[in-house]
Design a protein around this ligand. Structure first.
Ligand code: NAI
Ligand code: MG
Length: 368
């Protein structure tokens, strides 16, 4: 049995970091079925050459794969006829209804709690991003309108995804390193599940119909789950104060679940809490398919220099296999990456180092 993975480096540094992620998946051995890689095209460069940013062959080939890794696309700064983002199209074609972004800082000491350790779960298919916009001329000038769609179905499935992710994060109880940690830690860990938490992000005080439906539907998820989510605490937070608190006390969050627009903004804001964009992974997830994607873009300013940080792509590969259920393999990759970051000897310039993409890759492979 093998694991068939589509590789779509796409543009710019995508072509430098996706091969690194591939090498890491090849190196983890029996923790996953033997990976088989299928190189595929998408993005701005293929659009310029062929007139389409997402060739039909790519979509067809992906339907035969177990998962995929996507690099980054460059988007034209002006509107170009016929061009539309392949990543948006792929989310739709493969029904990747959730964008999942763990934002975790690396503590100086492996025994210490990371300052930031949260996951943003963003609904990926509706809200204002259904792109139903109208420009209406009126007596007083133009009027622009947009439709905001929130459905019970999409809210329920994103809610379930958030609870499942919370269940999959058995959070350890962290003690100050001066305390003796023998039996105490073990006993406290028995209660650790209590810390699992889902926070619904909304603005139903103002948008009581749309955000109201999102909130009510997710509140209903644990009630309909026969006790499966009993260990997960449900919280809610209005989006504006959620951002404020995210910056002041990120440790209060575990899993944050949000409609598309708020989720888009919060997940970029959260990424800022851990330094470089070159560190933060994501996956686009559906019930049948999973696609890893570093959060950063194609970084034209450093393209071709061999200094792109491969860690976001490597962590995206880990996150992809984690969602497929290969927890051991994912843990091993994350631990290797954390060690390299913590030691601080081999880092790319975005983290203040002088090393190359290959140096970082090799350091991670050595830890593995
Ligand atoms: P960007 O993420 O490409 O770069 C922002 C800054 O971060 C740059 O200075 C870049 O050098 C640095 N950076 C990003 N990733 C890095 C890495 N792995 N290692 C070291 N440094 C890294 O965002 P920007 O410049 O706004 O956009 C560039 C292009 O990428 C645009 O065409 C944009 O549309 C596209 N983009 C694509 C995304 C995607 O494919 N999902 C997401 C964001 C932007
Ligand atoms: Mg964004």
């Amino acid at each position: 049995q093998s694991l068939k993975i589509g590789l779509i480096p796409a543009d710019g540094i995508g072509k430098e970091v996706i091969p690194a992620a591939r090498r890491v998946l090849e190196a983890i051995g029996s923790d996953i079925p033997k990976p088989e890689f299928v190189p595929l095209l998408a993005g701005w460069e293929v659009f310029v050459r062929s007139g389409t940013a997402l060739p039909e062959e790519t979509v067809e080939a992906l339907r035969e794969c177990d998962g995929a890794l996507f690099g980054a696309v460059s988007s034209p700064s002006r509107r170009v006829t016929g061009y539309s983002s392949p990543i948006v199209a792929l989310r739709k074609e493969l029904d990747l209804y959730a964008n999942v972004r763990p934002v975790i800082s690396v503590a100086a000491n492996p025994e210490e709690k990371p300052a930031v350790d949260l996951v943003v779960v963003r609904e990926n298919t509706e809200c204002l991003y259904v792109k139903q916009e109208q420009l209406v001329p009126t007596e007083n000038g133009k009027e622009a309108r947009a439709t905001r769609l929130i459905t019970e179905r999409a809210s329920r499935r994103i809610g379930k995804m958030a609870f499942e992710i919370a269940l999959g994060r058995p959070r350890k109880v962290w003690l100050p390193s001066s305390l003796p940690r023998i039996i105490v830690v073990e006993i406290l860990n028995l209660f650790a599940r209590k810390i699992q938490q889902v926070t619904i992000i909304h603005k139903s005080n103002v948008l009581s119909v749309t955000d109201g439906l999102f909130r009510e539907t997710i509140r209903q998820v644990p009630a309909d789950a026969n006790g499966r989510y009993d260990s997960v605490k449900l919280e809610e937070q209005i989006v504006d104060s959620a951002v404020y608190r995210l910056f002041r006390e990120p440790q209060i969050y575990d899993v944050m679940v949000a409609p598309n627009l708020y989720g888009d903004i919060i997940s970029d804001a959260a990424a800022a809490l851990v330094g470089s964009l070159g560190l933060v992974p994501s996956v686009n997830a559906g019930d049948k398919f999973i696609m890893g994607e570093p959060v950063h873009g194609s970084a034209p300013d450093i393209e071709g220099k061999g200094i792109a940080n491969p860690i976001a792509a490597i962590r995206s590969a880990a996150l992809m296999i984690r969602h497929m259920g290969y927890t051991n393999g994912a843990d091993r990759i994350d631990r290797a990456v954390d060690q390299v970051v913590r030691e601080g000897q081999v880092l790319t310039p975005d983290l203040g180092g002088k090393s190359s993409t290959d140096d970082v890759l090799n350091a991670v492979l050595k830890k593995l």
